[in-house]
Every structure is written in C-alpha cells, then in structure tokens.
Design a protein around this ligand. Structure first.
Ligand code: DCP
Ligand code: CA
Ligand code: CA
Length: 371
C-alpha cells in the first residue's frame, strides 16, 4: 500500500452555518423558519438569501434566492429575516475550528464553515474505526460548541468533500477506499468540486453525461478539449483518485504535539514520561519561535476512540518549561480521575499550547524563558 492509499480524510461542514450561529444566540429561532439575508440597501427587501435554517428550507427557501421570493414562500407562517453579521460568524468559526485543530492532526480550513483533517493515524487507517471516530468527533464538537456539522470521510479530499453533503444536517457518510470508485460513479458530474457550467458544456459536447462516461475516455481525448491539467483532474476524479494535499496554514496560532502510546506498556510512569516528552517538544518549538502561551490543552484519545480534552487558561502568559510540565501533569491526573479512565485505555496523548504571544523583542528573553 502506498502513502496515498492509506489516508483517511475527514471533510467537516457545519450545517446552515450563519443561521445556526443566529440560533446559538437566540435559541427561540430554532422553532421557526430563520432566513439570513444580504440586503443590497437599494430598497426595502432588495437583496438575496445568504442561508436559512432547515425549517425555512421545508418551504423551499434556499441560498441566493431573492429576499422577496423567500418572503412570499413564508408569508403564511411566522418567520424571521435577519441581516448577516460577519464578524460574529467569524468569531464562532474560529472557536469551532479550534476544537477540531485541538486534535493535533493535519488541518486545513477551506472556508468559514468547513475544513479537512487527516485522521489517518487516529483511525489506524481503518474505515470502521473512522466511522466510530466521526461520531465521537461530531458529538465532541456539539458538546463544546452547541453546533451541528456534517462529516464526510474518504480516502482523499475529493471523496470526503462530496461525502459530507450526502447526509445533512448532522450526518456522517463514510466512503471506504474499496467503495470510493462505486460511490463516485453514482454521483453527478456537477458534484465534483470545481466543475461548473463551462466544464459541463464541454463535457456535453463530447457526449459525456456521467462520471462513468468520463472514466471511459483517455487522457489524450480529454486533453485536447480541457488542457492536460484539467483533463488529468477529471479523469482521476472519475476514478475516485485525488492527489491534492491538505495544506496546513503557516499562521498556526497554536503549538502542539500528539503521540500514540505503546499499548502494552501503558502505565502511570509511561503516561507521565510521554507527557514530559511532549512538553519538551512543545517547549522547544515555543522557544524557537520565541513565544509565550496562556492556554494549555491536554488531549486524551482512548482505545475506544473516545476523545477527551481539557483546556486550562493560566493567569499570566508563560514561557516556562516547569509551568508547562506541572500544569500538563496535573490536568492529566484530573482527567483520569474525573472520567475514571483506566491507564491501559489511553491510546494517544496530546499537549497543545495556544493564545501565543511574541516575546522576541524582550531584552530579558533568557530570564523570561527560565522564570
Ligand atoms: N453562503 C452565502 N451565499 C451562498 C452560499 C453560502 O452567503 N450562496 C454563506 C452562508 C452559509 C455559509 O456561507 O451559512 C456556508 O455555506 P454552505 O454552502 O456550507 O451552506 P450552509 O452552511 O448555510 O448550509 P448547509 O447546511 O447546506 O451546509
Ligand atoms: Ca455548511
Ligand atoms: Ca460550506
């Protein structure tokens, strides 16, 4: 098996995102159609629907629809129309993405409400484990943020992205490596991200009506119409192949490390030693970047893939190794006690520091680091 074939990629997309954010601050909106609108300001009700909750979708309201049309669809019922509040949605987005990032795996946010994560290691590259893990992840996100999301799991970004839209809201769709070809063959060409009206038109001119039709063409036939890059992309996609990588952003606002314990040696000493090693690695990274932190998060992933995390906000920023170690060990102790975890059940441990602050400009850097 090569590196590509081993992957287990998650695509996480939050449900009716802007409208769900509105429900978060006004829970009474949950029971009525709620429509979030971009008002053009030219005249009252001119503009389009940005999104709406699923109650409003029952009446046929959807994104990009003129506000007037949405109002006419909802004229018989009590409904609420709100203007967008982008700063608020971005704040919520940052919070929920942080929950996902705290798992410490390769993460790429692709829009305000969606991201890809490489969960190959946590799921042991196994799609049955991935299904269990997806439920626990979805529940953890819901518990911490009160928001629902839909998750697609696949052997690459393409399949996971399409899968996340199959069951919504609060859905989980897992497409294993073996099922991927069959899954994509049953999708519509327009389901492939990036395929728009232009590409559709060209495909039609070649007599191509389905994804299976694409896969029957040679790269040379497609290249003449689309150019090599797009031809290769389409042909690969039609065979459920996608070589694109998850691109972690440079501007990471946290530093963390997560490792898997050797199962047969899991005991108190092993857990403590692993934690200290993790702290050492995080500390090295932190001091290389000349940063101090304020929030410490400990992540425990158990043998049954249950995920636990606790964040502790310190009173002051610190760049001290002792502080990091002392707090990490005490949080782990607390987690083990509060959740009655048996040491043997711990599979992975993670230490993450966030709320970072640059201390490179300080003259007394050395003192600061040693304090
Ligand atoms: N959005 C928008 N205009 C569009 C589509 C989307 O302003 N035509 C905004 C509002 C959405 C957010 O982007 O809340 C995310 O877009 P999605 O396509 O993921 O749609 P939703 O999250 O609203 O709904 P779904 O539950 O279908 O994911
Ligand atoms: Ca969404
Ligand atoms: Ca989205």
């Amino acid at each position: 098996m090569n590196e590509q074939q081993d992957k287990v990629i998650f695509h996480i997309d939050f449900d009716y995102f802007y409208a769900q954010c509105e429900e978060l601050r006004k829970p009474e909106l949950r029971n009525i159609p709620c429509v979030v609108c971009v008002y053009s300001g030219r005249e009252e009700d001119s503009g389009v629907v940005s999104t709406c909750n699923y109650k409003a979708r029952e009446y046929g309201v959807k994104a990009a629809m003129p506000i007037k049309l949405a109002k006419s669809k909802l004229k018989e019922v009590e409904a609420i129309f709100l203007p967008t509040d982008m700063p608020y949605y971005h704040e919520i987005s940052a919070d929920v993405m942080k929950i996902i990032q705290n798992y410490g795996e390769l993460f790429e946010q692709v829009s305000v409400d969606e991201c890809y994560v490489d969960f190959t290691k946590i799921t042991n590259s196994d799609f049955d484990d991935a299904k269990i893990f997806a439920s626990s992840l979805q529940k953890n996100i819901k518990d911490q943020s009160k928001l629902t999301c839909s998750i697609g799991v696949g052997p690459n970004k393409l399949i996971s992205k399409i899968a996340s839209a199959v069951i919504k809201p609060n859905g989980i769709t897992v497409v294993s490596r073996e099922d991927a070809k069959n899954f994509i063959s049953n999708c519509k060409i327009e389901d492939i991200p990036g395929v728009g009206p232009k590409t559709m038109k060209k495909l039609q001119s070649l007599g191509i009506k389905s994804i299976s039709d694409i896969s029957k063409n040679s790269i040379f036939e497609l290249r003449d119409v689309f150019g090599y890059k797009t031809a290769a992309f389409l042909l690969n996609a039609s065979n459920a192949i996608d070589y694109s990588h998850i691109k972690a952003r440079e501007t990471s606002k946290q530093i963390g490390k997560i490792v898997t314990l050797k199962k047969d040696t899991a005991n108190v000493e092993q857990v403590s030693l692993t934690t200290v090693n993790l702290c050492t690695s995080v500390y090295e990274n932190l001091s290389n970047k000349k940063q101090a932190f304020k929030v410490l998060t400990i992540i425990l992933i158990l043998e049954n893939l249950q995920h636990l995390s606790i964040s502790r906000s310190l009173k002051l920023y610190t760049a001290s190794f002792d502080e990091l170690q002392k707090n990490s060990l005490s949080i782990i102790k607390e987690m083990i006690k509060n959740n009655s975890i048996s040491i043997q059940n711990i599979r992975r441990i993670g230490v993450v520091v966030s709320e970072l602050k640059d201390i490179s400009g300080q003259n007394s850097l050395l003192n600061y680091l040693e304090n």
